[in-house]
Ligand binder design. Sequence first.
Ligand code: ZN
Length: 196
Amino acid sequence: MNPWGRGARDGVLTPRPMSDTIAENKVVKLQYVLTDAQGTEIDKSHPDHPLLYLHGAQNIVPGLERQLAGKAVGDVVKAVVPAAEGYGEKRGFKDVRLNRSQFPADAHLAPGMRFMSQGQNGQMFPLYVKKVQGPTVIVTPEHPLAGVELHFTCTILEIRDATEEELQHGHAHGPHGHGHGHGDEGDDEDDHGHAH
Ligand SMILES: [Zn+2]
């Protein structure tokens, strides 16, 4: 591993502090591929948009966060995360049948899509689309990855100290980090600057 970190460019070594290992209050940049136990790909980070997260702030599933602790830049981490430490065990919720007209007319409904619903006491909870059958939309409160053993392969690209602001907000900022639409849906891409 290169102790000079990513400062090495064009043959000029720019000393940077050895960015030590992943721990509480570090911001970590990584690429990941997620598959199920059979090796079927579920998700992966975009090559140009690595995942940026604040360690210890529950930005990622607990089993992965735990297994990334202590890793260093350049490490390739293969983490097998049981469902209980991922998106939880299946809870056996019954499917719910809704009418297409209960959704915004312009909503593009596809399996896996998440939207928020309001319960009787005003509490918000997520529902996931399972299937669209003509005018009927079948949804479930069950996360699509509930009950799934998660197989991550992560490549650690960067580790740095979190800023005060990031610690206050409980997530990473900056390019590819959390945007600044705090609180509401919709505009969390507006801080998406590129610093290449
Ligand atoms: Zn923030």
